[in-house]
Design a protein around this ligand. Structure first.
Ligand SMILES: NC(=O)c1ccc[n+]([C@@H]2O[C@H](COP(=O)([O-])OP(=O)(O)OC[C@H]3O[C@@H](n4cnc5c(N)ncnc54)[C@H](O)[C@@H]3O)[C@@H](O)[C@H]2O)c1
Ligand SMILES: C[S@@+](CC[C@H](N)C(=O)[O-])C[C@H]1O[C@@H](n2cnc3c(N)ncnc32)[C@H](O)[C@@H]1O
Length: 447
């Protein structure tokens, strides 16, 4: 439970015994997680290994035999670091293990040390206790309580388990004594670490074209980062099934059926989000279409349809969301442009698409400079060729092999390759970025 709750990926166990605890913790780790177990006795490794081999989680476990202190030194020399350490070996060495782990950064700065048996059957509280282990644990508990580097809670679970974490910032008096520059870089903006600054908790977002492909990936990314998400698509069924996915992951979401080429739909979309959640913080204008024809054959109807969704539609979304955001004094608009705004993708012919996406970049640059001093950032993402239903049309599918030879990365993009960039543009860590076209194309536009 603790391994899962702390989202640990690397666990160190000091004292393994039969491997029961090691395997339980390994089950809580992700597939690529790793657990290093220290055990004095070689026979216990030989006893446990066959059981590890039978379990799908056993391969995550590496047993190091010999004195735990020697293993800790070896791990520190190798530059290893753990998210969680479970101390459960010889009690009189607990203080030594604990100090070594903290002094040598074997624990990640916001990791947790769990110490087993820290109440020792309640004996740590008895005045005249003779038990050497109980005395050792009493000394250990006192030592941790007096250590300004950490805070701890002792949970009276069976024999007592201490949960210890490093205090992110040393106390003010410690700071004065040292040569530390106590500024926003040291403490983090608003006290938050760089990764925490990318969280979107409490933010309200919508994503257009979120029923499939890139937009679906964007909706999941914003939701995973903590935002409430309105899933907008012309296809109501697809929008609803993405909401079902998000709900399963505990993400608050609603579906909105809207054709973003229609002004009344765009306004209804923004109004729905505001009436449901009271604000729009993140507007992800992603819906777009692509039609192919040689330029000399491109009809006005194809041109107009493409521009109605890709440029006029994106403009209407920016304007409707932007009006709310300007009033709020806060907003993040992220449009989906395309690498086609930079290069002329080939051999397929797609004049209207290329021109419309170049328009999205210029629209983004213009709004990005016009609204930034009122708290609204406008940026766009230009993906290369992304493996979505858009490129699996009958005319485009045969070109995939041809395209691959144009991509230095040697593969098409997956929607997941774009997710972190979207979250970055949606969060306050990117407040100084505006009018930017963030190109993610595996190097294709450079060849
Ligand atoms: N796939 C790529 O290779 C690629 C590359 C660069 C840019 N893009 C851009 O990324 C965006 C998403 O592309 P994708 O590959 O996920 O496309 P997709 O066709 O897989 O999905 C687009 C979604 O948008 C919806 N949609 C279409 N028109 C709409 C409208 N008028 N109103 C509301 N929803 C509408 C569709 O129903 C669909 O669910 C588009 O703007 C596209 O131009 C895609
Ligand atoms: C309480 S058991 C561990 C139980 C295990 N953590 C679990 O939950 O299943 C303690 C283990 O620590 C080992 N041990 C004791 N002293 C040690 C040392 N100095 N170095 C490494 N292991 C040691 C013992 O051999 C024993 O197997």
């Amino acid at each position: 439970m603790l391994v899962r709750m702390s989202k640990a990926q690397r666990v160190l166990e000091v004292g393994m015994f039969t491997g029961y605890g090691a395997l339980a913790m390994a089950e809580g780790l992700p597939q690529d997680g790793r657990l290093v177990a220290c055990e004095l006795e070689l026979y216990l490794k030989e006893f446990a290994q066959p059981f590890f081999d039978k379990s799908p989680h056993g391969k995550k476990i590496t047993v190091k035999t010999g004195s735990a202190m020697d293993t800790l030194k070896e791990l520190a020399d190798a530059g290893e670091q753990f998210d969680m350490v479970f101390v459960d070996a010889d009690k009189n060495n607990y203080i030594n293990y604990y100090n070594f782990i903290l002094d040598n950064a074997l624990l990640r700065s916001d990791g947790v040390i769990c110490v087993d048996n820290s109440l020792f059957k309640g004996k740590v509280y008895l005045r005249d206790v003779e038990d050497e282990n109980a005395k050792a644990l009493r000394r250990f508990n006192q030592f941790v309580r007096d250590d300004p580097r950490v805070e701890q809670v002792i949970v009276p679970l069976r024999d007592g388990i201490s949960l210890i974490r490093q205090v992110p910032m040393a106390t003010a008096s410690t700071l004065q004594l040292s040569m530390i520059t106590d500024d926003v870089v040291f403490r983090g903006v608003g006290g938050a670490s760089v990764l925490d600054r990318m969280r979107l908790d409490g933010k309200v977002a919508y994503v257009t074209g979120a029923g499939q492909g890139i937009g679906r990936g964007f909706a999941h990314a914003l939701g995973e980062a903590g935002a409430k998400v309105a899933v907008v698509d012309i296809d109501e069924g697809k929008a609803k099934s993405v909401v079902e996915e998000l709900t399963l992951k505990g993400i608050q979401s609603i579906s909105i059926a809207a054709d973003i080429s229609k002004p009344e739909d765009v306004q209804r979309m923004v109004d729905t989000v505001v009436s449901k959640w009271g604000a729009v913080h993140i507007a992800c204008n992603n819906a777009g279409i692509n039609m192919n024809s040689a330029s000399e054959d491109t009809t006005l109807s194809e041109w107009d349809k493409t521009f109605d969704v890709n440029l006029r539609g994106v403009f209407m979304c920016c304007q409707a969301a932007g009006r709310v955001m300007l009033k709020q004094g806060y907003g993040k608009i992220i449009n989906t442009a395309s690498m086609a705004s930079l290069i002329v993708p080939h051999p397929q012919k797609q004049l209207s698409y290329n021109a419309s996406k170049a328009g999205v970049v210029k629209l983004t640059q213009t709004l990005g400079t016009e609204w930034i001093d009122r708290g609204v950032n406008v940026n766009c993402i230009s993906p290369g060729i992304v493996d979505t239903p858009l490129i699996h049309s009958e005319s485009l599918r045969p070109l995939v092999q041809r395209w691959l030879s144009d991509v230095p990365a040697g593969r098409l993009a997956q929607v997941t390759d774009l997710q972190a960039a979207l979250v970055y543009l949606a969060c306050d860590a990117s407040n100084y970025m505006t009018g930017h076209n963030l190109v993610i194309e595996g190097g294709q536009s450079l060849w």
